[in-house]
Design a protein. Sequence first.
Length: 276
Amino acid sequence: MREGEPSATSMLVALARALVPAQGGRDPYAARLLPGRWARLADAGAHAPVRSAARVLSGGMVDHLALRTAAIDAFAREAVAAMEREAGEAQLVILGAGLDARAWRLGLGAKVFEVDHPATQTLKAARAPRERAPRFVPVDFTRDSLDDALSAAGHERARPTAWIWEGVTMYLPTAAVDATLGVIARRSARGSQLAMTYVDPSAVPLAPLVRRAFGLLFGEPLEAGFTPAALRALLAEHGLGVVRDGASDTWPRVLGGHPALAAVVRAERLVIAEKR
């Protein structure tokens, strides 16, 4: 991301969530968290023709993000409920939270921590609702200690945690992904689970050109990529076992996203892993 600015991709993701009808309507918080012209675009999404145009012009990205949101929302509900049954309470940590609204939208009983770059969190904290607010944990993944920041924010490593790492790993160096997984493993009590998205470079046509284009357009070049086998091996090194791993054609469709339209970005996969 560009120094001193909120993440452009976080605003694109929030815009997509504002455009796609969810259960009971569009995400009611997405437009509120967006600044300026982004918020105006989100408000325009109340009109069906605008939503239809966005789905086509985005080349499938809007549908992909709808599917991804549905899959991770389902993970969050199920993981938190299981931990509350087993341990009486749960913690939810959202890494690289961006303008994610799960802390408000899902209404989970867990203690929620949102970790992200300070510039993005400054924007979000100024616009977010005060009720049910998460604990904001400012961290630059390439420079700061995630372990220390979570400790200071009150995260308890002895209690089970549901971890969400959505749409982030592809923008980080491989070493930063490895180091973050190490922190997740060390801070995960038995029964903790991780939902993490990643890009399989073997599924990206003209991968070097795509990486360069992202850097030029958003100031956030694509970096780390893993084949499913390579990621499974890396997770195992940290004591995390894969429960399931799949692309968007395997994700739930409750938010209206269509796998056929999302096929162009099917290189992004979602892996669910647990601490063993």
